[in-house]
Ligand binder design. Structure first.
Ligand code: EPS
Length: 341
């Protein structure tokens, strides 16, 4: 089983991930991880923090001569903006953020203690872990990409920029929709035999866990609910060259909780960032008096970056399901099993 855990606070010393379950013999090029870390920092509408950080990974364990040993891999990314102990207390919870429920849950009166871990900064190590899963998948020709579908309801890139400028001027924020595509996935990853083995359910969990994601759909998604079966299901065909293939891909590459060898297509709906420059009404946690929510440095919109995180989370799920089917100890043996597919 491929699993990972992360640790770290947004303004702590560093962010860390431990990944376990990768086979031995996989060559890891740190530059490939750093490319994805760079991509996560991009996109029109990002905030001041991205000007400070130049995220690069340091691999602390699990490799010898850049090859995996099958042992846990530790990834570390330093926070340049390390100042957790100098930051002032926050008592005005932001609507839409983890602030209020987190303070009630853990018994804090200072919401700084919540937001340090709830921050989307944590996704930096998910992207580093996901890049390693992508390196593994690329050995088998599996490729993952993402694109922005819309921001604030706009689909054209010029209009998206204008809408982000509008939100910035209004001291407001925007969400949007991104799409993740996983190409060249063999049929039969995941399973229909039990709820927690279904690949669509596992992908939905991974994607829904990305901060600010409120909706996930595959293929035709919600639209399929309004159509006839004959307009939805992907008819099956066969050729010697391609083997079985489909005339359409409305299922988004997923049927019966398994991959069906078509491209896996997932779309995620991201709510607007919760920190507003022109803050919403809230209640001071200590005085219980009406106040305006706290204003922290933040992004106006981060849909492009969220797409990169969506790729990473999908890569981790697909790599896990791939190893269930073809083995997970030794890369050479996995390649042999894959050839027999
Ligand atoms: C982010 C780091 C954070 C925010 C943003 C994304 O850093 P800071 O709080 O120091 O500005 O810029 O996070 C949020 C918008 C949020 O609500 O958590 C990052 O590394 O992506």
């Amino acid at each position: 089983m491929l699993r990972f855990m992360s640790a770290g606070e947004s303004h702590g010393e560093c962010m860390v991930a431990i990944i376990e379950g990768l086979p031995a013999g996989l060559y890891i090029d740190e530059n490939i991880i750093n490319q994805d870390l760079f991509r996560r920092q991009q996109g029109y509408g990002r905030g001041g923090r991205m000007q400070i950080e130049r995220d690069t990974v340091k691999i602390l364990t699990g490799l010898k001569a850049k090859k995996t040993l099958g042992s846990p891999i530790t990834l570390m990314i330093k926070n340049k903006d390390f100042k957790i102990n100098e930051l002032p207390a926050i008592t005005q919870p932001r609507p839409g953020h983890a602030d209020l429920s987190g303070a009630i849950k853990y018994g804090f009166s200072d919401m700084r203690c919540v937001l340090e871990r709830a921050s989307a900064r944590e996704t930096v190590v998910r992207v580093a872990a996901g890049a390693i899963a992508k390196i593994f998948l690329s050995e088998f020709g599996i490729k993952i990409s993402s694109k922005v579908i819309s921001v604030g309801g706009q689909t054209n890139s010029k209009k998206i920029k204008e809408k982000i400028d509008f939100a910035r001027n209004k001291k407001d924020t925007l969400g949007g929709i991104f799409e993740v595509a996983v190409m060249n996935v063999p049929a039969g990853l995941g399973s229909y035999v039990h709820y927690d083995r279904r690949l669509d359910a596992r992908l939905a969990l991974a994607l829904m866990s990305i901060p600010a994601i409120k909706a996930v759909e595959f293929g035709m998604g919600f639209e399929a609910a309004n159509k006839l079966g004959s307009q939805v299901h992907d008819q099956i065909s066969y050729s010697l060259k391609k083997g079985f293939f489909r005339l359409t891909n409305n299922a988004g590459g997923l049927e019966g909780g398994m991959s069906n060898a078509q491209t896996i297509i997932a779309r995620c709906g991201m709510k607007p960032i919760a920190t507003l420059g022109n803050p919403l009404k809230t209640i001071d946690f200590k005085t219980k008096k009406p106040v305006k929510a706290s204003v922290q440095r933040s992004d106006i919109s981060a849909v492009e970056a969220a797409g990169v995180i969506g790729e990473s989370m999908s890569a981790l799920v697909i790599a896990d399901a791939f190893m269930e089917r073809f083995g997970s100890d030794d890369l050479r043996r996995i390649k042999k099993a894959f050839k027999l597919k």
